[in-house]
Design a binder for this molecule. Sequence first.
Ligand code: GCO
Length: 257
Amino acid sequence: MSVATELFDLTGRVILITGASRGIGLAMARACGAHGATVVLNGRDADALGSQVDALAAEGIAAEAEAFDVTDEAAARAALERILSRHGRLWGLIANAGVQHRVPVLDFPTEDFRRVVETNLTACFTLGRDAARHMAEAGGGRIVNTVSMLGPQARPTVPAYIAAKEGLRALTRAMAVELGAKGITVNAVAPGYVATEMNTALIENEQFNDWVVGKTPLGRWADPAELGGAAVYLMADAGSFVSGQILGVDGGMSVQV
Ligand code: GCO
């Protein structure tokens, strides 16, 4: 195998991707699987996961499903145990599952704020901690959190999402500094505006769509597949000395005034 290929080869590496039944999570799973990884897709809907596992298998990708709600610690821990009993080791976790809720802050319900933070931040902590325990015992591993271009920058009506995703940036750094000694890197990918189901309402809103297209130097929404490369890089030997970093994949939007 050439050095170039080895740098991005994920053969023999088992990677759990949460929120992988569609969108960015599915794209990251497909990219890692295409580079040789065995990908374990997580979502809440077992049927949706099964369909995607079948689709990936038809592409020659080794894919499995583990259906659980990431906010259910016990269920997540049980899934980790099943993965370890099947494969002996978990190389990587991509903590991608997230929810969105759009309401002006003055009207934002407390229960919705708590729900968004629980899924987008706390669940990344609990699953990341529990996965890292196994990775540490095995001598190392990789954790990638899906954050957002939003965080350092804000827009109206998504306060819970912004707070949670900015907190996840900080958690990424906090875990990176503690887990490096265990051979575990912890990084984040920060998507800009991606054409996913979560954003369909925004894409269909002419004014919002014009804002995204106008504020993004590349002048368009990202295709979810354009997030796959960042996941492969951070899971591969190519990213072996990268930790505590936030890798923006936003078409330049985060740097345009
Ligand atoms: C929104 C969108 C964003 C994007 C992405 C932008 O309502 O503004 O859902 O949150 O999903 O996070 O970086």
